[in-house]
Design a protein around this ligand. Structure first.
Ligand SMILES: Cc1cc2nc3c(=O)[nH]c(=O)nc-3n(C[C@H](O)[C@H](O)[C@H](O)COP(=O)(O)O)c2cc1C
Length: 236
């Protein structure tokens, strides 16, 4: 296998291309697109974004200590790109992109983007001046998810939101599902035979059904309002 060795550079792909919304303390707000982002800790939930100090948004994030990571979808791909090639110094990206400011549930200044299916509200804990980019390390203080993507059992179906990825300069949709977490070691489920007598009634009722088919098994009930504040428990 012939390989080329390149000079050091950033080659961790795919990544999300998220729209980050932020505001200063005087109420000016803005959106910028960020690919240098990720999760860094499960508990407490923490995330980072790396931002060049010359960005218009940089001082807003620094001043208010708040930002929201808004996940992007196929529908939002164009505006995601636009918010990454135009500066808030010159244009009002909210207006140009017809995006709606919504209230964060845990932040004072930074708004959420209503059109994004998931809004991850973040409060800055520290700033690492790494070089070209400064990394804002932040605690996730709330997550809003759009109830339009809740299935009939009250489970949030992230896949159906149409998330996109960013890879080596290209926006891509996510393609086919290959497996689920731990599928490589999971035993194949064999259908249980219903017991005629003895055993619990529910065993017989649910025999032969997958766990995901069983109502209320590992499902969260919908909170009954449009947007829900959610915290994930799975440690991955
Ligand atoms: C796909 C994509 C990813 C980007 N990722 C980053 C990033 O991680 N950090 C950053 O500082 N700028 C990034 N940018 C550039 C900024 O989004 C861009 O300079 C934007 O115009 C800054 O907006 P502002 O001046 O209104 O803050 C990215 C742009 C695109 C299109």
């Amino acid at each position: 296998m012939a390989k080329q060795t390149w000079k050091p550079g950033n080659m961790i792909y795919p990544l999300p291309a998220v729209m980050v919304s932020t505001a200063d303390k005087e109420g000016r707000s803005n959106i910028l697109t960020i690919a240098w982002t990720g999760t860094v800790c499960t508990n407490p939930p923490m995330a980072y974004i790396s931002v060049r100090p010359e960005r218009y948004s940089y001082h807003m994030i620094k001043e208010s200590g708040e930002f929201v990571i808004n996940l992007t979808t196929k529908k939002l791909a164009r505006v995601t790109d636009y918010c990454g090639v135009r500066s808030g110094r010159e244009v009002d990206k909210w207006k140009e992109c017809r995006l709606t400011k919504g209230s964060a549930s845990s932040l004072k200044y930074a708004p959420v983007i209503e059109e994004a299916p998931v809004n991850i509200e973040c409060r800055v804990k520290s700033i690492q001046e790494l070089g070209s980019h400064h990394m804002f390390l932040a605690e996730v203080t709330a997550v809003q998810v759009d109830e339009a993507y809740m299935d009939e059992k009250g489970k949030f179906d992230l896949d159906s939101t149409g998330l996109i990825a960013y890879s080596h300069g290209e926006y891509l949709d996510l393609g086919e599902k290959l497996g689920t977490f731990g599928y490589s070691v999971r035993k194949k489920q064999t259908a249980r035979k219903p017991k005629v007598s003895g055993g619990r009634k529910s065993d017989a009722k649910n025999a032969g059904r997958k766990r995901s088919d069983v109502p209320n098994k590992g499902r969260r009930k919908s909170a009954g309002k449009k947007r829900t504040t959610a915290r994930r428990k799975a440690d991955r």
